[in-house]
Design a binder for this molecule. Structure first.
Ligand code: FMN
Length: 206
């Protein structure tokens, strides 16, 4: 049976709707999601989506479960220094992790193996265990430092997926643009997705 457990980290890059939609899709597919939220991600979520989350993981979990109307047993929000979380150890961590959105700061910390908070530690664990790590990086333009960090991680097998939605599916709304990115992430995770028609199939008439 497939291991339907995944670690999802939200960091303080613009693009909170991507992270929220990805969480919603994973929970809808019955994944158990260990959700890690940086302090800056909470600021971005409030700014971009109007959703204010408390810093306490249990209170945040309750609010998110209500917001998404999901089974709260499948959603586990972990604290910044919850070193006893399964994601903190190779013996228990899910094999897949997505950082979405991923800030340039978290990109750098992960590239340098800082492990100073649970997001960095969880990423370090996935790297050392040779799991699957996806970083949905958002910044523009990229500095040489950003590009070097992405290059370094890419060489280690990390999938760098810049938050750069396409337009060839003829988006009619912001939700369509968000779904474009989330669909590509779900594809890479091997999860189901019917959010966006696949290229060459079900194309709209021009
Ligand atoms: C509303 C808002 C939007 C931001 N957008 C970005 C962004 O798109 N990319 C980025 O790298 N940092 C962005 N930042 C800055 C990061 O949040 C900041 O560098 C933070 O220290 C990152 O910490 P974290 O990686 O632990 O979440 C933004 C901050 C705010 C408040």
């Amino acid at each position: 049976m497939a291991d339907k457990r995944i670690t999802l980290a939200w960091t303080g890059a613009s693009g909170a709707p991507y992270g929220l939609r990805l969480l919603e899709c994973l929970l809808a597919q019955d994944y158990q999601v260990f959700l890690l939220i940086s302090s800056a991600a909470r600021v971005v979520l409030a700014t971009e989506h109007g959703l204010k989350l408390p810093s306490g993981p249990q209170a945040a979990q309750k609010i998110l479960a209500e917001h998404l109307q999901c089974d709260s047993n499948k959603l586990i929000v972990c604290g910044k220094e919850d070193w006893f979380s399964p994601v903190a150890s190779g013996s228990a961590a899910p094999k897949q992790m997505v950082v979405c959105p991923c800030s340039a700061g978290s990109l750098s910390s992960i590239a340098h193996g800082l492990s100073d908070n649970l997001i960095e530690r969880a990423a370090d664990v996935v790297l050392k265990e040779r799991g699957q790590l996806l970083l949905v990086v958002r910044e523009t333009p990229f500095s040489t430092l950003h590009l070097e960090n992405m290059h370094k991680l890419s060489q280690m097998g990390v999938t760098i997926m810049p938050a750069a939605p396409g337009f060839y599916h003829q988006p009619q709304s912001i939700d369509d643009l968000v779904d474009f990115m989330v669909a590509r992430i779900l594809d890479h995770l091997g999860a189901e997705q019917t959010l966006v028609p696949r290229w060459g199939y079900d194309q709209r008439q021009r």
